[in-house]
Design a protein around this ligand. Structure first.
Ligand code: UD1
Ligand code: MG
Length: 437
């Protein structure tokens, strides 16, 4: 049992030039959640880290805004200009002062790191009574990474960046993953002694290894087996690749819990979606955000579910249906071509094809709720203008626009009377064919 306090520093001040974007790199999303959010969630879900510092610089306001709105235990620290990873950590030093615990340093652009790995890493550091532990990995192609340098006794003595490395160092395949566990009290002085006389003219965080070795401190490397977890995002291609990796993990987890997924290549389901056993997911389904879906449902093909849907058991969400922030109770069907947003649907409700909940007023920018109670049904092509309630067992006629609440067991219908002009087409044909002679 760890009896040290642990805090984290997450580096997120860099520009991310290769993203070619106006948006800061760490705010790019996978399943609607920013990369930085994945790192913060992984850190917070360890249960062992109580406070985080995010180093912000490029577009600092936007990053800080996201952090403040979503993470209570996290402070942002400004780094301008960005003088290197060592300088970045040093910016948080005044806030840690004489903190007597461990500091985990991570990067805000590695969204695949898991809480389990972070905990194993802290435990390794603690069990070894280390002053500094660096996470490393073995890469067949180590290009662009800092290399882990060992002496002839295999003792870890330094990290050398690709741009500063000689050919012999470049041949090393053990790389620096960019995640560190620091015994703050014994290593904090290293940050004031960093120099920038290197190929990039930056204050390298990696130079704390040499400093600690010279001071005879206990320096360790923790070799990570699952390389995927330290995959860093530098481009839009990397973003797509990380999405695939995360999605595959999510689908495997669901299938292990009894969900049937027809086509894993065309199905995207966020890691925060919980789905019950024997639910069938048909091809081309896209589910983002945090959702729960019950047992024995049938979802898709071509369905889009997002932002906090709560779906019960035996529910059918059919083709070309979008569900947003809505609760749908057991045995209800939304089978075709519908939009259900900000709504509450009871059980045994039947939503006809093409039913739309008109939840958004683009002038007032207000979103309103639609409530459809147990056993009610809507005819095809109905528009329910929110806020509106359709009470138990009520029926909406096809093609209606509903702007008022409908009482239980009643029919509501808005429809101009049907007119039939007998033989109208025949007369027209005769008229035109006569005219052309
Ligand atoms: C860094 C490591 C390298 C390691 C690699 C792993 C150094 C010197 N090198 O290299 O050994 O293999 O990560 O991915 O640390 N950042 C700031 N402020 C700065 C500079 C960077 O906050 O002044 C942030 C960036 O936004 C990024 C992270 O630090 O999130 C890493 O910076 P980056 O420039 O990508 O370092 P690498 O060259 O990848
Ligand atoms: Mg990098």
């Amino acid at each position: 049992m760890l009896n040290k306090k642990v805090k984290s520093i997450i580096l997120a001040a860099g520009k991310g030039t290769r993203m070619k974007s106006d948006l800061p790199k760490v705010l790019h999303c996978i399943f609607n959640k920013p990369l930085l959010g994945y790192v913060l969630d992984a850190v917070n879900n360890t249960g062992s880290i109580d406070e985080n510092f995010v180093i912000v610089g490029h577009e600092a306001d936007k990053v800080e805004d996201y952090v403040v709105k979503n993470y209570e235990n996290t402070k942002c620290v400004l780094q301008t200009p960005q003088l290197g990873t060592g300088d970045a950590v040093n910016k948080a030093a005044p806030l840690l002062n004489d903190f007597n615990g461990y500091v985990i340093v991570l990067c805000g652009d590695t969204p695949l790191i898991s809480s389990q790995t972070i905990n194993n890493f802290i435990e390794f550091h603690d069990n070894n009574h280390a002053d500094l532990t660096v996470m490393s990995a073995i890469f067949e192609n180590p290009k662009n990474y800092g290399r882990i340098i060992r002496d002839k006794n295999n003792k870890f003595i330094a990290i050398v960046e690709e741009k500063d490395a000689n050919p012999q160092q470049k041949a090393v395949k053990e790389i620096n993953a960019g995640i560190y566990c620091i015994n703050w009290r014994t290593v904090r002085d290293s940050f004031n002694s960093l120099q920038n006389n290197n190929a990039q003219g930056e204050y390298y965080l990696t130079d704390i290894v040499k400093w600690a070795v010279e001071k005879n401190l206990n320096v360790q490397s923790y070799i990570l087996e699952n390389n995927e977890e330290i995959f860093g995002i530098n481009s839009k291609l990397h973003l797509a690749e990380a999405t695939k990796i995360l999605n595959k993990k999510s689908l495997i987890r669901l299938m292990e819990n009894g969900v049937q997924i027809t086509d894993i290549d065309s199905t995207f389901i966020s890691p925060e979606t919980v789905i019950g056993a024997d639910t069938i997911i048909l091809p081309n389904v896209y589910i983002t955000g945090k959702n729960t879906i019950g047992k024995n449902c049938k979802i898709g093909p071509f369905a889009h579910i997002r932002d906090g849907a709560k779906i019960g058991n035996n529910v059918r969400i059919g083709n070309f249906v979008e569900i947003k922030k809505s609760e749908i109770k057991d045995n209800t069907n939304v089978s075709h071509l519908s939009y259900i947003g900000d709504s509450e649907l009871g059980s045994h409700v039947n939503i006809g094809a093409g039913t739309i909940t008109a939840n958004y007023n683009p002038i007032s920018k207000v979103k309103s709720k639609t409530i459809i109670k147990d056993g009610a049904n809507t005819g095809s092509n109905s528009v329910l203008v929110a806020p509106v309630t359709i009470n138990e067992m009520a029926s909406i006629g096809a093609g209606s626009v509903i702007t008022k609440d409908v009482e239980a067991y009643s029919l509501a219908i808005t429809r101009s009377p049907l007119k039939i002009f007998s033989q109208w087409v025949r007369k027209k044909i005769e008229q035109y064919s006569g005219g052309s002679k």
